[in-house]
Design a protein around this ligand. Structure first.
Ligand SMILES: CCCCCCCCCCCCC/C=C/C(=O)SCCNC(=O)CCNC(=O)[C@H](O)C(C)(C)COP(=O)(O)OP(=O)(O)OC[C@H]1O[C@@H](n2cnc3c(N)ncnc32)[C@H](O)[C@@H]1OP(=O)(O)O
Length: 303
């Protein structure tokens, strides 16, 4: 997205996301319940519901990939497309990102995308993950995460790439990077994002231990900015948004870029190597075995 200064803010898509979406409903618009004019029209796709409010310049983007909003390749792609659509529409200055699935904000990587898949598929999947993170982390829009459910691993990545996080006060809604407990390792750009948010020492501990923080601890460590009763998450996210939108866009955008560009550039410089590392790591027999076992445990835990 171009800034007033001419600086290009978010990298152009290196994926060709449209190819994945043939036959889906992406781009369709429909009136919101009780809505009337253009400002109340919804658009979106199968897995991302967008409720734009042109009057305020804020859109609510809801993840709806039941049961747990696992980040499938399709969901990643649809998120990038929806974000790009809002960024290209000068009406919008902010997005509130939340979940349409009960009790879960986002369960992280869709493990079925990297379990028993060939290296080419894993590479395509990881590039989509990188793309979404780059786009969100550098978005010129204000992104507020209204975290209304559990938020582990890749879910936490999504939340961390926003500007501000509001978490519902429910002890089951834990947030953090638990990769080590699955036998996998957070990539350097995710570690950098963690360090940028909660500092080096807290990241060192939390990453090694695979800590998932309940709300009060997440607030204390600085992983989220507010913890509020569940029925106030949306309204608090809107108040936060108003606070961020009170700042002139160009000054806020350039400051955001100044704070985040070095972290994003590090990935941009090493994107291919990062993909190769990911693929060779997750395709190891030992890692495949532990991912299989983890998925099995998740499936059996039900009921
Ligand atoms: C040396 C070289 C270094 C190189 C570096 C390489 C790096 C390589 C690693 C890269 C790491 C990237 C970073 C990101 C990692 C991830 O995101 S991994 C995913 C981690 N996620 C989790 O651990 C969450 C797992 N899920 C849960 O804990 C719970 O499901 C929940 C979210 C708390 C919700 O609980 P509940 O409402 O009770 O639902 P469940 O009954 O548990 O689940 C319902 C069904 O959903 C399936 N499911 C859950 N999570 C996932 C998932 N992540 N992927 C796929 N499927 C998932 C679950 O199995 C149930 O399925 P069914 O039984 O079939 O209904």
């Amino acid at each position: 997205m171009a800034l007033a200064s001419g600086v290009r803010f978010a990298p152009r898509a290196l994926l060709r996301p449209w190819a994945l979406l043939r036959g889906t409903t992406l781009g369709r618009t429909e009136p919101a319940a009780g809505g009337g004019g253009d400002g109340a029209r919804r658009f979106g796709s199968q897995r991302v519901l967008v409720e734009p409010d042109a009057a305020s310049g804020v859109a609510v983007m809801k993840l709806r990939n039941p049961p747990v909003n696992a980040l499938s390749l399709e969901l990643l792609t649809e998120l990038v497309i929806s974000l790009e659509k809002l960024e290209n529409d000068k009406t919008f200055r902010g997005i509130i990102l939340t979940s349409d699935c009960p009790r879960v904000f986002c369960a992280g990587l869709d493990l079925t995308e990297i379990c028993g898949r060939n290296p080419a598929h894993c590479a395509e999947y990881w590039k989509a993950m990188q793309e979404l993170w780059l786009r969100m982390y550098l978005s010129s829009l204000v992104l507020v995460a209204a975290i209304n459910g559990a938020c582990p691993a890749g879910g936490c990545i999504i939340a961390l790439s926003c500007d501000c996080r509001v978490l519902a006060d429910n002890p089951k809604y834990r947030i953090g990077l638990n990769e080590t407990l699955l036998g996998i390792i957070a990539p350097f750009w995710l570690k950098d994002t963690y360090v940028n948010t909660i500092g080096h020492r807290a990241s060192e501990q939390a990453l090694q231990l695979g800590s998932l923080f309940p709300p009060a601890e997440a607030l204390q460590v600085g992983l989220v900015d507010q913890v509020v009763p569940e029925d106030q998450v949306q309204s608090t996210a809107l108040s936060e948004m108003a606070r961020w939108l009170a700042v002139p866009d160009h000054a806020r955008q350039l400051t955001k870029n100044m704070m985040r560009k070095a972290t994003a550039d590090r990935l941009l410089r090493q994107r291919d190597a990062d993909t190769q590392n990911f693929v060779s790591f997750v395709c190891r027999d030992s890692i495949q075995k532990s991912l299989q076992a983890y998925l099995e445990k998740l499936r059996q835990r039900k009921g």
